[in-house]
Design a protein around this ligand. Sequence first.
Ligand SMILES: [Zn+2]
Length: 283
Amino acid sequence: MKDKYLNWYKVEELNKNNYVLEETHSLQHNTCYFIKGENRAIVFDSGSGENKEIDGTKIQYQIEKLNQENIPVTLLLSHFHFDHTQNVKEFDHIALPKLKMLEDRMDGNTFHFEKKDLVLGNNPEKMEVNEWFELNQDIDLGGVIIELIHVPGHAPESIAMIDKTNKNVFLGDLIYNFSMLVLTEDWIKDYKESFDYLLTKVDDSYNFYGCHMEPKVAFKKILDAQILLTQMVEGMEPTKKDVRVEAMKWDQYVYGDAEVLILKKIPKTVKLLADLWAHFNLK
Ligand SMILES: [Zn+2]
C-alpha cells in the first residue's frame, strides 16, 4: 500500500479533544472534524472515500485512535454531496438536523440519497437515521455546547455547527478556501441569507473552519462573501467574468477575498467521465 494511503488523514488537535482530519491527498482536499465532549462526540462529515481501507475501514480506524475512551460517536453530515458522505456505513449512530425537507423524505428510519443530493456517483444509496438534532438550540455533548444552524445555498440541506464552548464554527461547504460553488442560480438568495444569519450568531471572536483546502477560513473572507452575495441578490452587478473550470462553464463573481462560481453548463462528456471516476474511486 502506498504511503499516502497509510497517512491519509493529517490530524491536528484544535482545542482539547477537538480534531481536524484533513484528507490532503483527496482530489478536493476534503476535511472532516471530530468534536468530543465528555458524554458524546460528533464526527462532522464522513470523508471523500478516495482512500484505501485500513483494518477494514476508511475513517473509523482514525476515529478510534482519537477516541480511546470510547465515547459514543454520532455522525452528522454538513450536506449530502458525494465528497462529504462516503463511509456513512461505518457509523452505527447517525443524526440529521430537524429540517422538514428531510423528515418528509424518510422511509421509516431510512433515508435514501438521490442523484441530486450526491451530485456525482451513486454512493451512498441510503443510511439509517437514529436521531434528529434540533436547530438553533444548545446541544450538550458534556462540557461542550454546540448549536446547529441551517445555511442553505451550496446545497438545500447545508448546516453549520457552532461550538460555543471552544468558539469554533464548522462551516461545511458554506465557504472554504476556494471559490464558493453555486450549482443552481436560484439558490443565491438563500446563500446570502445564510451568511446574514450566521453573522447574527457569531463574530470575529470565533475561529472558522471549512471542509476544503486549508481548513481555517479568515473572518474577512466571510464578511466579503456576505457583501458579494448581497450585491448579487440586489442586482448591483459585481465584477463578473465567464470562466471555464475543468471544462465546465461557470460565471465568476468577485468581491475582496470572496469569489462565487455559478455553474452554467456541464457538457455530457464531463458528466459521464465524472460518474465513471466516482464509480471506480468511491465506496
Ligand atoms: Zn464539498
